[in-house]
Design a protein around this ligand. Sequence first.
Ligand code: SF4
Ligand code: SF4
Length: 141
Amino acid sequence: MHVKQISRGLVMGLKVTGTHVFKKPITRPYPEQRASTPPRFRGAHRLIEEDCVVCHACDRVCPVNCIVIKGFRGEDRRFVLEQFDIDYNLCMFCNLCVEACPPKCLLMGPEFEISSESHKDLVWSIKDLRYEKETRKEESL
Ligand code: SF4
Ligand code: SF4
């Protein structure tokens, strides 16, 4: 009786395996193959630095206060961006900062591989966030 049960289980298992073994896989071998992200995906931010008017609208609206901005008034009376940090230890990718930005120079891009073993490395500064205006036109973001 015991042997009969094992054999039946084995046959059923092989039957299930047989029905799937020749099917096309539905998963991807990540990270060799990456899934494409949808157009409005909320990944890491992108900042068009020269368009930022240092108005602080983005950091005021951020629910978790993870944006730090510093700027100064230049000789031509225009504000110049000196520091723009986003702390991805806190950011919840809600997009509120992007919606609040008057010149639309803050965006969310497709980059999602931002994990790190260090909290410090998850604070991104201008050099990490910088995005060229021309690239934006090409990518139609
Ligand atoms: S996406 Fe949300 S949480 Fe992240 S920086 Fe913008 S407002 Fe803050
Ligand atoms: S809302 Fe836009 S323009 Fe204002 S400080 Fe933030 S990124 Fe710069």
